[in-house]
Design a binder for this molecule. Structure first.
Ligand code: XIL
Length: 385
């Protein structure tokens, strides 16, 4: 009702703004400020020199995340050398424009350099390499990156509820597969003094290797918020059930985890909003934050990258509904606290190459930086009544 009234006269529009609907000139970041939300985008440093890219990013968002610049193949190209310059460009941009930075990602099975994947290391060597990597990267950005995706996509969608086989887990693994403890590694006594019996549980878990990564990251920057991030776990399903069990166990035993990231790459214009909302609710009830980390809504496109007008409207509905689901679980310092899209302009989005150019148009701005219907709907959703 209020929104329809907003169209009439300026005075009413001003009133409407006061009551909660976004006014036309408001940016996403202004809208987000009123509800205390973080609104972010994944970014590529090589695009920051493009004026329209940089000005749109700075105007609309209060958070950024390097899309690829902190992955192993970029940041750790040789065993003995790190390249922080692409990541630093993003961090510098963020500091000039008063934006927060999320870090992505310290432990993943993709985008790893050959020296790592083909190095035939023993478990002990791999554990040492991983610990050094986590401590070097988190240490370099200590005080600058406020939240890290420590581990990304560790659960396997093809074997519901089970961990993926990766170099980190068991190929050869860092020596911490369920039941097996790395040589020379002393499992900690429980960090929860009220529940000493929980200590024994630690090294028995199949996700014990993940626990070690969180502890290393915490040692490198005790202030940083540490997240577990995954795909296809946004609704209640066997994968999110398994993640939930792990996070609950971590919280009970005092493993330093602060949040869970749901990627939210929406395919086929299908999102089960009720289930997404219930899932956000159960995770926030564990006392961890939820961030929506990689939101995009892919549409079918023709060879000229055009999508159908009706699909743009359905896409807008989904953006608005997901934002509303997040905001409905917003508490003062916890709950669902951030919404981040995976890129922001359709000009640069991973969906094109990922779908062999059959899909695209997944983001809030078109290829010429004009806002799409999804932009307006998301902006309105960000303004709490
Ligand atoms: C994608 C990037 O967007 C691409 O530029 C890169 O070529 C491949 O990776 N889940 C994740 C992200 O966690 O890191 C992925 O990013 C998309 C899927």
């Amino acid at each position: 009702m209020r929104r329809r009234a907003c169209g009439f006269v300026l005075a009413v529009a001003v009133l409407c703004r006061g009551f909660g609907a976004a006014s036309p000139e408001q940016s996403l970041r202004e809208a987000a400020r009123r509800s205390g939300m973080l609104i972010g985008a994944a970014v590529r440093p090589e695009q920051l020199s493009e004026a329209a890219y940089a000005s749109t990013l700075a105007r609309e968002f209060n958070m950024v995340e390097p899309e690829d610049a902190l992955k192993w193949e970029v940041v750790h190209p040789e065993r003995e050398s790190f390249d922080f310059s692409p990541g630093d460009q993003v961090v510098d941009f963020a500091s000039r424009h008063d934006m927060k930075v999320r870090g992505h990602t310290l432990v993943w099975h993709r985008q790893n350099p050959k020296w790592l994947t083909e190095g035939n290391y023993t478990s002990g060597e791999l554990a040492e390499i991983l610990e050094k990597h986590i401590k070097a990267v988190v240490g370099h950005y200590r005080g600058k990156i406020f939240a890290w995706d420590v581990v990304n996509e560790a659960f396997d969608e093809l074997r519901p509820g089970e961990l993926r086989h990766t170099i980190w887990r068991d190929q050869p693994g860092i020596g911490a597969v369920g039941g097996g403890v790395a040589a020379g590694y002393e499992p900690r006594t429980s960090s929860n003094p009220a529940r000493p019996e929980l200590a024994a549980r630690s090294s028995q878990q199949p996700y014990f290797y993940i626990e070690r990564c969180f502890r290393w990251a915490h040692e490198a920057d005790p202030q940083a918020l540490l997240f577990y991030n995954d795909a296809e776990a946004e609704a209640v399903n066997p994968k999110s059930d398994a993640i939930y069990a792990m996070v609950r166990d971590f919280r009970e035993r005092g493993v330093p985890i602060d949040g869970v990231g749901f990627q939210m790459h929406i395919a086929k214009l299908h999102a089960d909003i009720a289930s997404i909302s219930a899932n956000i609710q159960r995770f926030t009830a564990l006392g961890v934050q939820v961030h929506i980390t990689e939101l995009d809504v892919a549409l079918p496109v023709d060879a000229e990258h055009n999508s159908r007008p009706e699909d743009l409207q359905s896409q807008a509905d989904i953006y608005a509904q997901i934002a509303a689901a997040c905001l409905s679980h917003r508490l003062s310092h916890s709950g669902c606290t951030a919404i981040q899209t995976w890129g922001f302009t359709d000009k640069y989005s991973w969906i094109g190459s990922h779908s062999k150019q059959t899909e695209g148009a997944a983001l809030l701005f078109d290829r010429t930086y004009r806002t799409k219907p999804a932009y307006l709907r998301l902006r309105n959703a960000l303004v709490l009544d």
